[in-house]
Each structure stands twice: as structure tokens, then as C-alpha cells.
Design a protein around this ligand. Structure first.
Ligand code: SF4
Length: 353
């Protein structure tokens, strides 16, 4: 491994991000891709050992979205042959969550299409969390419902949600190229409000949408400012019926370099290998597990994933183990750095004076 990569590992172990120049070089051909993966792998093993966290998506409401995100088959006017349905019932969602948790999923992601939830939707999600908890009291529940209005993050926290997920998807400079109905700032604000409400923030990216190396690096810095606990890395599946249909730009090596770069930016954070991994990483999917410490189990929002059996085999073959529900995902110290205030003004607990 070159001294530059050694230095980047040392920095990451100290939780220091690469410089813009170092990050850009990692995406170039200057370093062999296997050396880059090995460097990121050392950081991954330091903070997460050989554990792989499994997450499952329950798509609560599919399609029929008024927003126009160009990558999304659920967007306004998309001509994609995806499932379209309105809200599934709490008990049905809880049944799916129970099945996934029994199969090893530690986190259930309740996702709904749309610009953002109304009060009735928050109530629906609250009922669903309650139903899930009756069957699986220990499973983590993450809500992913779009842009949040004032007070909604607090309502979700009170309803028992552990986390909120809202991806930035692409960097601020080019956000308007991929969506015209909301802004980068809208998205960032929702992640901030979730964090302030005490929800664990989850925010990541989609690559393969024509971004330059500079864009990939800019987004890493922008995500860093939000200090997420979890960073999902999606690789675009260019669905028929969307403006991105036919945009097959990624190679497996490019995906590995991006993943490794994000691991070095987010050394002690859950880097989650998300949508598109099967189609873009193909025969090197196992290598990605040396960088990411978290994957989705089962199907995605609008496309099907591998079977649980195939993924469990992939994990075992690569020398990893499924993270147990009793194990911590993030290193203890990360939580020690910032304690969300739960005392003093605005609570029933005495102030820390
Ligand atoms: S990404 Fe979300 S907000 Fe954008 S079109 Fe798809 S469902 Fe709607």
C-alpha cells in the first residue's frame, strides 16, 4: 500500500476526512482499486469488525408521487411499470417487518413516496411502529417519508421511531439538474430537523447520474456537515419510464472507489450498500463488504433484490457475520461525542446546572 493510502488510513482512524485533493486522487486511476479497497477495509474492520448489519425496506406507499426526481420511477409522470398503491395497513407492514427481523434484519425502514407526510400519514406511521413493536420490541425503526414540516420529527420520535432517513442524493451545485420540485436546502433542512428531534440521522447518495469526480467529493463534504449516523450509497438503476433510462455509466471499479472514498470520509459511521449493488458491482459484490458494514436484505422500493439466502451466503463466503440485534452498530465513542439534550428547558427533567 502506498504511503498516501497509509496516511489516509491513519487519518480515518483519527476520524479525519481526506482533503479534497486526496479524495479526488482516490477516484482516479492513480491507485490500484484493490489497494484503495484494502485501505478502506482496514478502517471498516477497525470500527465494525467483521459484522454486517441487515436492513429491510417496507414500502408503505408506492408510486403516485407529485415530485419530479429524475432518477425515481415513482415520480410525477413516470411511465415505469412499478407497483403503485396507497398506504398499506399497519398490521400488514408489521407482518413484513416481523418476517424480516426473524430473517436477521436489525432495522426496518418504513418508506413512503411523496413530498412529505401529512398529519394522517404521521398517524399511520405511528400505528405501524406500535404494531411492529408488539411483534419485534427490539428492532430499530427508521422512517423515510420525505420532507418534514415543523414538529413532525418530534412526533415521529414520540411515536417510537429511532431514525429518520432522507438522502441528499447529489451535491448542491447540481441538485436542480435532478429535481425541480424541491431543493438541496429543503433536503438538508429535513435531516437537521430529524437530528434535532433526537432521531438518528440517515442520509446518503445516488451515484451514476452523470456526476463528475468533483461532484462525488463535494457531496461527501456536504454530507459530512450533516453528521449522519448512517450513509446509504445507492448506484442508479436507470429504470425505464424515467428520464435516466439508459444511463448506464458505472463500472464495478468506479463503485468500489466511491464506496471506499465514503468509508474514509465516514470511518465510524454506518456506510450502507444500498440500491443497485447487484447490478453494478456484479462479480465483485463481495469486495464491497470489505468497505460497507451494512446492506439491505430483500427487495428495494421498486425493484427486486437477491434472496435472503443468497445474501447470507455472500456474507459468509466473504468471511463476515450478520450483526446480532443485541450488538451495537456504531462505536460507543461516536455516541459519546454528542449527547442529544433530554433535560432542562422543554422537558420534565431538571436542568444540568
Ligand atoms: S425520490 Fe421521493 S420525492 Fe422524489 S419522486 Fe421519488 S418518491 Fe417522490
Amino acid at each position: 500500500m502506498t504511503s498516501t493510502l497509509e496516511d489516509l488510513v491513519t487519518k480515518a482512524l483519527r476520524r479525519e476526512a481526506p482533503s479534497r485533493n486526496e479524495a479526488t486522487r482516490l477516484l482516479s486511476e492513480e491507485f490500484d482499486v484493490l489497494d484503495v479497497v484494502a485501505a478502506a477495509g482496514r478502517v471498516r474492520r477497525h470500527f465494525f469488525g467483521n459484522r454486517v448489519k441487515l436492513n429491510t425496506i417496507v414500502n408503505m406507499k408506492s408510486g403516485l408521487c407529485p415530485e419530479d426526481c429524475t432518477y425515481c420511477a415513482q415520480r410525477l409522470g413516470a411511465d415505469s411499470e412499478i407497483l403503485k398503491y396507497s398506504w398499506v395497513k399497519a398490521e400488514e407492514a408489521a407482518g413484513a417487518a416481523d418476517e424480516a427481523a426473524t430473517a436477521g434484519a436489525k432495522r426496518i425502514c418504513l418508506v413512503a413516496s411523496g413530498r412529505g407526510p401529512g398529519q394522517r400519514d404521521i398517524d399511520r406511521i405511528s400505528e405501524t411502529i406500535e404494531a411492529i413493536r408488539r411483534k419485534q420490541p427490539d428492532v430499530e425503526v427508521c422512517a423515510c417519508l420525505g420532507l418534514l414540516s415543523e414538529g413532525q420529527a418530534e412526533q415521529l420520535r414520540e411515536a417510537g421511531a429511532d431514525a429518520y432517513s432522507h438522502n441528499l442524493n447529489t451535491n448542491e451545485r447540481r441538485y436542480a439538474e435532478i429535481c425541480s420540485t424541491h431543493t438541496f436546502a429543503d433536503r438538508a433542512e429535513t435531516v437537521r430537523s430529524a437530528t434535532t428531534a433526537g432521531l438518528s440521522p440517515c442520509s446518503g447518495a445516488i451515484f451514476g447520474m452523470g456526476e463528475s469526480d468533483d461532484d462525488v467529493v463535494s457531496l461527501a463534504f456536504e454530507l459530512l456537515e450533516l453528521d449522519p449516523d448512517s450513509v446509504p450509497i445507492n448506484f442508479l438503476i436507470p429504470m425505464e419510464g424515467t428520464p435516466m433510462a439508459g444511463e448506464w455509466r458505472l463500472t464495478p471499479q468506479r463503485c468500489l472507489r466511491i464506496l471506499a472514498l465514503y468509508r474514509l470520509f465516514f470511518p465510524d459511521v454506518e456506510v450502507r450498500l444500498a440500491g443497485g449493488r447487484e447490478v453494478h458491482l456484479r462479480n465483485v459484490e463481495a469486495l464491497a463488504l470489505h468497505v460497507a458494514n451494512s446492506i439491505f436484505l430483500g427487495d428495494y422500493l421498486t425493484s427486486e433484490g437477491k434472496t435472503g439466502e443468497q445474501d447470507r451466503q455472500l456474507i459468509a463466503d466473504a468471511g463476515f457475520v450478520v450483526e446480532g440485534s443485541e450488538e451495537r452498530t456504531l462505536p460507543e465513542r461516536r455516541h459519546d461525542l454528542v449527547n442529544i439534550r433530554r433535560r432542562g428547558v422543554g422537558t420534565d427533567v431538571a436542568a444540568n446546572v
